[in-house]
Ligand binder design. Structure first.
Ligand code: 13P
Ligand code: 13P
Ligand code: MG
Ligand code: MG
Length: 372
């Protein structure tokens, strides 16, 4: 049976009034480009949205992961949108397009990507997460809770298809190597690694009983490509739901409360992750707080399930008042952290700050230091 691929590829290609939102003309341009992609048979369906200042291209197709045509379509879309952003003198036009030459794949060029290929089940619900003002390891906590914590996911205990647990592929972003850990047996070792969010990123999760892909997140570290801070690596993540995977409500349950992630202003501060609906995906206070949106989608016959006019049906999950508590907690934590100004732990530790402009400031002081 032909397999369906869901791809989300994103980049910050310019935003309105600082790092806040992707303005409408860029979204419309991206929609036109992806509509052409459907016409020319590269992709089957698409949905364009924004997570703050990041342009998100959600696409379905039959071409598998890391496909040259699909990545090429995304790359061309970002290039065209960046041109438009430059013409409009939008802020940070082309910010995440770090290299000029496309050679078959967007990996390593700046955009973030999460893709999964699978044989469709009779019904295939998926949650698409996208966050702004943070980094890929922001999903470490969420993915651990969803796939390894039975106090979050009842299905780990109750559903016979899940009791064997899950396998986590963890990327070491510094050494560029990967290790696979199996839960529940290796849950403590998994936590030993992924609690170190500045280095380890949960990349893929598979169901242990049959190796079926369950979740995948983007792993781009822009600073490691560019060698300096060029904006945070605002991440995306796909999670499959129901029928042998965690239920939709188990995937969202970790967001009952906020938690701290690195990013926020100048990518240099710890900030509370705030779940919001699409209309509130707009970073403001101190360029944040960091936001997360979640789209509930279904795929059928290689396409996003759509209405009679062909518009994809999107469930804007975090618009629900059920996340008001987390939003309130996020604002309270934001307020406490901002009171601390530039003192750690409100500001990130020195290793993470190496990629920012702070070393340039410290260099100015260097010659004034005297031996004691
Ligand atoms: P599934 O069989 O789809 O996992 O159903 C579980 C459920 O509906 C819990 O909310
Ligand atoms: P982005 O990574 O979302 O562009 O934000 C950059 C920044 O410096 C915000 O203060
Ligand atoms: Mg930006
Ligand atoms: Mg961003």
């Amino acid at each position: 049976m032909v397999k369906t691929t869901v791809s989300i590829i994103k980049a910050d290609i310019g935003s309105l009034a600082g790092h806040s939102i992707v303005p409408k003309p860029l979204m419309e341009l991206a929609e036109r480009k992806l509509a052409e992609g459907v016409e020319t048979g590269i992709i089957n369906s698409y949905y364009v949205f924004n997570a703050g200042d990041d342009l998100e291209l959600l696409m379905t197709h039959f071409k598998g992961v890391d496909n040259e045509e699909v990545h090429g379509l995304a790359w061309e879309t970002f290039k065209a949108a960046a041109e438009k952003a430059k013409a409009l003198k939008l802020y940070g036009a082309g910010q995440d397009l770090l290299k000029d030459a496309f050679s078959g794949n967007v990996r390593g060029l700046g955009p973030g990507v999460a893709e999964m290929e699978f044989e469709e089940r009779p019904s295939d619900p998926i949650v698409v997460f996208a966050a702004d003002k943070t980094e890929p390891s922001a999903f470490n906590y969420l993915l651990y809770k969803v796939f390894a914590d039975p106090f979050n996911t009842a299905g780990l205990v109750i559903d016979p298809r899940m009791v064997d647990g899950f396998e986590f592929d963890v990327l070491d972003a510094i050494e560029n190597r990967v290790v696979t850990l199996k839960t529940p047996e290796e849950a403590y070792m998994l936590l030993a690694l992924i609690g170190t969010t500045e280095r380890y990123i949960v990349w893929k999760v598979r169901r242990a009983s049959d190796g079926e892909i369950a979740a995948v997140s983007s792993t781009t570290k822009l600073s490691l490509i560019a060698g300096k801070y060029v904006g945070k690596d605002d991440p995306v993540c796909l999670v499959r739901a129901q029928s042998g995977f965690p239920a939709l409500g188990e995937i969202l349950a970790p967001l009952l409360h906020t938690y701290l992630v690195s990013g926020w202003m100048r990518g240099s501060h710890w900030g509370p992750l705030m779940p919001v609906g699409l209309k509130d995906s707009r970073c403001t206070i101190f360029d944040g707080p960091p936001r997360i949106v979640a789209l509930g989608i279904q795929v059928a016959d290689g396409k996003l399930v759509s209405d009679d006019d062909g518009r994809p049906l999107i469930n804007d999950l975090l618009a629900d008042p059920a996340f008001d508590l987390a939003r309130r907690e996020a604002l309270e934590l934001a307020s406490a952290l901002r009171r601390m100004g530039e003192f750690e732990p409100a500001r990130l530790g020195p290793q993470a700050m190496e990629y920012t402009t702070l070393p340039l400031v410290l260099k100015k002081l260097e010659e004034r230091f005297k031996e004691v």
